[in-house]
Design a protein around this ligand. Structure first.
Ligand code: DWN
Ligand code: SAH
Ligand code: ZN
Length: 407
């Protein structure tokens, strides 16, 4: 059995998503990426942490060609602006406050902290996006955050009042080193605040596409509470967030430094009551994943046989899991529309579907568009309302496969 990356307990495998490419390796047609790995998920029988059975080396995923720019969604820009306001109001009311972000990407959150004149530092190893953050006035280092890099900056930065990470903590298999780094740089009353896709939502929505190389863990209050304990921290607050298909924001403080909010006990109880600790939940989840995969493939095959033109919308990292698990390629989906210049003119990883500019969707001839960026459904359906008005249909697969809209 594999050992848990958090507590060394036995990890019980419950899901095999097959051979997968790097989810963000969009390559030109003449430069096919060859790296693949076996994507499998398991759950620790001791601490409950849901995690991959093997890890992809971090330098393979996060580098100067990393193509995910967080500012690509207006709703997420708004989310991070409000997050910055919240963190500054709650924890930075004194002179000399310091904010550190792990995985600051293009500066979507930290730019507001920089603009407010607060001392800050973003750790962002992907130079492509770090460069954009710098151009927005954010102080960034391209080191991976861990115990060594954190220690190296302590002298110049001072103790942090907030260490924040969005959609990044779950990317770091080496949490022991990360928490040791946070331990060193955090002020006595400081907090570690992080938000990631919530295990409870993934199970409830069968959103298995939240599992790909970069998403090593699927956290829950139970597993984060255990993680905190191991490193002298305490889970003091939890909050569900409606972004990226359902996330939880966890707040950790040094053990005993802050009161534990009632929301923590309530979430732990709700997780136990909903069966998140029960192996049968994961067996049933795996069966639903297979059903969605089969249904999606059958639907796309039927649409092709009926002569309908099918495209995709959103060349997401998540879609790599779906496309490669189901063996869906350009024979079933002609092209994928995406607003990211770094992805356009390239092929989806493994599945080889051309990515084209989202601007061109306004004049699309497609009958059906698979909504790969389903977590941004509201924003996209509003912006592309003309598609449905013209008779186009969205093909969704979360929580199950269905055609929406059109005639
Ligand atoms: O955790 C992660 C999350 C935060 O971002 C990373 N590991 C990688 C990435 O995952 P993703 O690619 O699945 O994220 P999104 O936010 O679902 O990606 C949306 C994609 O769709 C982007 O490529 C941008 C594109 N898009 C678009 O073309 N039109 C997005 C919106 C909102 C739009 O209107
Ligand atoms: N916070 C942003 C970006 C999430 S994508 C948002 O929520 O949209 C994950 C980011 O973490 C990538 O930009 C990646 O380069 C970065 N990352 C990966 N490992 C890291 C590490 N050890 N330290 C800091 N950032 C890291
Ligand atoms: Zn464990």
């Amino acid at each position: 059995m594999t050992r848990c990356r958090i507590c060394s307990g036995d990890v019980q495998k419950f899901l095999d998503l097959g051979e997968q490419p790097l989810s963000d390796a969009f390559r030109p047609a003449d430069e096919i990426a060859s790296f693949t790995y076996h994507l499998q998920m398991g759950r620790c029988l001791t601490c409950g942490a849901v995690q991959q059975l093997a890890e992809v080396p971090r330098e393979q995923m996060f580098h100067a060609d990393y193509p995910y720019f967080s500012s690509g969604s207006s709703r997420m820009r708004e989310h991070f602006r409000r997050t910055a306001e919240h963190l500054m109001a709650e924890y930075c009311g004194h002179d000399g406050a310091v904010v550190v972000e792990i995985g600051c990407n293009d500066g979507v959150m930290l730019e507001h902290v920089a603009r407010a004149g607060l001392a800050h530092l973003g750790f962002e190893p992907s130079a492509s996006v770090a460069e954009v953050a710098r151009s927005r006035g954010v102080r960034v280092t391209t080191e991976f955050f861990d115990a060594d890099s954190a220690r190296a900056h302590l002298g110049s930065l001072g103790a942090a009042d907030v260490v924040y990470a969005a959609n990044t903590m779950c990317h770091l298999p080496y949490l022991d080193s990360v928490l040791a780094g946070v331990e060193e740089i955090l002020a006595p009353q400081g907090v570690l605040v992080f938000e990631d896709p919530y295990l409870g939502d993934v199970i409830a929505k069968t959103s298995f596409d939240q599992i790909y190389d970069e998403h090593f863990y699927l956290f829950s209050a139970q597993s984060v509470s255990g993680l905190a304990c191991q490193h002298g921290f305490e889970l003091v607050d939890v909050e569900r967030l409606p972004v990226h298909g359902g996330e939880v924001r966890y707040t950790l403080a040094r053990a005993g430094a802050r009161p534990v909010r009632p929301a923590v006990r309530a979430m732990l109880d709700a997780e136990a009551a909903s069966g998140l600790g029960d192996p049968a939940t994961y067996v049933a989840f795996a069966a639903r994943v297979t059903a969605v995969r089969d249904d999606l493939l059958a639907t796309l095959t039927r649409l092709r046989d009926e002569g309908r033109e099918v495209v995709g919308y959103g060349a997401t990292a998540k879609s790599a899991t779906v496309l490669n698990l189901a063996g869906i390629g350009p024979d079933l989906i002609d092209r994928v529309y995406d607003s990211t210049p770094a992805k356009q003119g390239r092929l989806t990883p493994g599945s080889g579907i051309p990515v084209v500019a989202a601007d061109d969707f306004a004049s699309t001839t497609a009958d059906v568009a698979v909504l790969f960026a389903w977590n941004h459904a509201e924003e996209i359906k509003t912006n592309e309302a003309a598609f449905e008005q013209g008779g186009g249909q969205w093909l969704e697969y979360v929580p199950e496969v269905r055609l929406v809209g059109g005639r």
